[in-house]
Design a protein around this ligand. Structure first.
Ligand code: SF4
Length: 350
């Protein structure tokens, strides 16, 4: 930690947070039965429907699913940046070190963002302000939260750029976002997330806009920083290849629900939900040259008018009458994994 951020000013800024009674023995982050609704003219969209997961220091949780499955909304709820209205958190808990963030008013919760839980957004060009230099934007948290002088904030910006591998950081600090390549801008976003040394980082599709080589470099950087700093990392993605390399455990989301959770090894070796299995089968493989790609037929359901029973039944190869009639509960499987499928044993053995 730099002198700037370990200054007495920084400590003074942190004390209101410490008075919230964070318990170092409690899980770093725990989301329990989270429900998020969007009130629209067409009706209420249940974007997040009873999602639960937990995250410890040094752990990486991959949240995986198609567009519109609720993964980004879940992340925004954890960050406390959902626009309300139209969004409304209709139930559940989001606990950071034992304290339910949903029980705090916005003024109390605001400093937790960036200080304790920070986010890397998917579109660095939109997330960075085009009219300020990268150095100014990176130094702002030090000025705002630690009372750092301009010079100190600039030094902190150089240090952060250096930390994320921007070559010649001292000379690039006065450049504007458009002067950086896509991969370098994403590194700047990572530096911004690290600026106040949070414990949890949520990375929302951090490599979507990057080519494969740069994607791998950015993921390696994130993984290295996470290991060095013992961070809890939530990686949100639709790309099964990206999570396979870095995640410890995976939460698969479909139509707002967490349909399967397990270690990364179990998910890839023996999925226990037909949706996870179908996602795995749709990954192109080099030994399938000349064969048609496997696709998941149909589209995700409307979040306003869900199908009866299991939301996945119109697309599911394992579906039968019970799936249309009864919504599956979240079944507890051996080794602490869960699956929202009536026929999870059959899927495991298939
Ligand atoms: Fe498929 Fe039925 Fe399982 Fe739903 S409950 S995933 S429809 S088999």
């Amino acid at each position: 930690m730099t002198d700037i951020l370990s200054s007495s000013d920084h400590q003074a800024e942190q004390s209101p947070l410490d008075s919230l009674g964070f318990d170092d023995g409690a899980p770093l982050l725990e989301v329990k039965n989270l429900h998020v609704e969007f009130h629209t003219r067409d009706g209420v969209a249940h974007a997040v429907n009873g999602v639960s997961f937990s995250l410890e220091a040094g752990e990486t949780l991959g949240i995986l699913g198609e567009s519109g499955c609720g993964k980004s909304v879940t992340a925004q709820a954890v960050m406390g940046i959902l626009e309300s209205p139209p969004a409304k958190i209709a139930g559940g808990e989001i606990r950071y070190r034992g304290v339910d963030l949903l029980s705090l008013d916005e003024k109390t919760r605001r400093p937790i963002r960036a200080n304790r839980i920070a986010m890397i957004f998917q579109d660095a060009l939109s997330a960075l302000n085009p009219v300020f230099t990268v150095g100014w934007q990176l130094g702002e948290p030090a000025r705002k939260h630690s009372g750092a002088s301009r010079g100190q904030a600039r030094e902190r910006a150089v240090e952060l750029l250096d930390m994320v591998g921007i070559p010649a950081a001292r000379s690039r600090v006065n450049d504007y976002p458009h002067q950086f390549s896509g991969g370098m801008r994403q590194r700047v976003m990572i530096a911004m997330a690290l600026a106040l040394e949070p414990d949890v980082i949520i990375a929302d599709e951090p490599t979507t806009a990057l080519d494969v080589t740069v994607q791998a470099q950015v993921m390696d950087l994130l993984a290295d920083l996470q290991r060095e700093r013992d961070l809890g990392l939530i990686l949100i993605t639709h790309d099964m290849g990206v999570v396979a390399d870095v995640a410890d455990k995976i939460c698969v989301m479909y139509a707002g629900g967490a349909v399967e959770q397990a270690s990364v090894y179990e998910i890839y070796e023996r999925p226990a939900h037909p949706y996870t299995k179908a996602l795995l089968e749709s990954i192109p493989r080099v030994d399938q040259k000349g064969q048609d790609l496997t696709v998941i037929e149909g589209l995700p359901p409307s979040l306003i008018a869900r199908p009866s029973g299991c939301s996945f039944h119109p697309r599911c190869a394992f579906a039968r009458q019970r799936c249309t009639d009864d919504e599956p509960p979240l079944y507890d499987l051996p080794a602490g994994r869960t699956s929202a499928c009536h026929y999870w044993e059959e899927v495991l053995d298939s």
